[in-house]
Design a protein. Structure first.
Length: 330
């Protein structure tokens, strides 16, 4: 039995039992993968997959048990490699970050630039997706860590590290009826169609909860994952925008007005969610510190190693943090 065989087993399971797709994921050939799978089954003495003709049809009960242990072994092997690379100060590597479009577009550029100056040989791969998918990518092992925002609750799926606090802003064209109002009420917003993030569709979204608490129902004219799209459709007259304050740029002030959101729409916290029982490479910790300079790298490592309980510093506001980020020289 080899780690390669176990890696192929996991790849097949995670590719919907499609060996062609699995082979592409692990940069193997389909015949080579099929041969390794047969050798593993021969050694174990039972089938890992049920078959229908020449295709895999399902995972056997024995295969499910082996899969659990295979994932654990592969994770520990990866931890050993990461630990060894850190010990020898290896500056090469690949960092995969699952995050939202807003974080990727407006929060991470300077932090990634700072990381690349310190580790020029590290390739960084951002995987922007919806809020609901970010943690799934972390759980499946597709990402080294995740960046996500919540309103009030601590995200599940790993060790959650608070990075910064942020507010939502109301965005309207300069000739809009609300443009002269510094802070519109929920009742005033309820009178207009809204353009917001797609998470606003969910019944449990903080936006919907805020309106419901006042006996109101938001008119969601359009939703999008991307803050730039929200701004585009506000400009097109589809409605009043609600978006993260990080997404506002000086150029937006030319034709748009950003207003203070009602106080009943809760503040959000941006979190880094780190996988439990995984050794992070030094450059991953460096990126985390670049996004949130108030974090001590040593404390992050101690928490990940299980040596201390998490006691993170109070996260700064986006305004406070952006002033520090602005000092990064690109």
């Amino acid at each position: 039995m080899t780690l390669t065989q176990l890696r192929y087993l996991v790849a097949i399971a995670d590719s919907g039992l499609n060996i062609t797709v699995a082979a592409e994921r692990v940069h193997a050939t389909q015949p080579g993968m099929s041969k390794q799978l047969k050798q593993l089954e021969d050694e174990l003495g039972f089938l890992l997959f049920s078959r229908k003709g020449r295709s895999l049809d399902g995972i056997t009960s024995g295969g499910m048990q082996v899969l659990v242990h295979a994932r654990r072994l592969l994770a520990e092997a990866a931890n050993i490699r990461a630990y060894a690379a850190n010990q020898r100060s290896d500056a090469n590597g690949r960092l995969v970050l699952a995050t939202t479009h807003t974080q990727a577009r407006f929060v991470l550029p300077q932090a990634v630039a700072k990381l690349k100056r310190a580790y020029p040989q590290v390739s960084v791969h951002l995987m922007p997706t919806s809020d609901s998918e970010v943690l799934n990518m972390l759980a499946s092992g597709e990402a080294d860590f995740a960046l996500i925002s919540t309103a009030g609750h601590v995200p599940d799926g790993g060790i959650a590290v608070p990075l910064f606090r942020w507010q939502r802003k109301v965005l309207v064209p300069r000739d809009h009826a609300l443009a002269s109002i510094g802070a519109p009420t929920l009742a005033q917003l309820a009178a207009y169609p809204l353009v917001s993030y797609e998470s606003s569709i969910r019944p449990d979204s903080s936006l919907r909860r805020a309106f419901a608490a006042d006996g109101l129902e938001p008119q969601l004219a359009m939703t999008a994952r991307d803050a730039d799209l929200i701004k585009t459709y506000v400009r097109a007259g589809l409605g009043v925008g609600l978006l993260a304050e990080m997404a506002l740029t000086p150029e937006d002030a030319v034709d748009l007005v950003a207003l203070t959101a009602p106080a009943s729409i809760p503040e959000c916290i941006a979190w880094a969610v780190l996988p439990r029982e995984r050794v992070l490479r030094d450059y991953a910790t460096e990126l985390l510190h670049a996004v949130a300079p108030q974090l001590d790298r040593r404390d992050v490592r101690r928490v990940l190693e299980g040596n201390v309980e998490a006691d993170w510093p109070t996260p700064p506001s986006w305004t406070e943090l952006s002033e520090k980020i602005a000092t990064y020289v690109i």
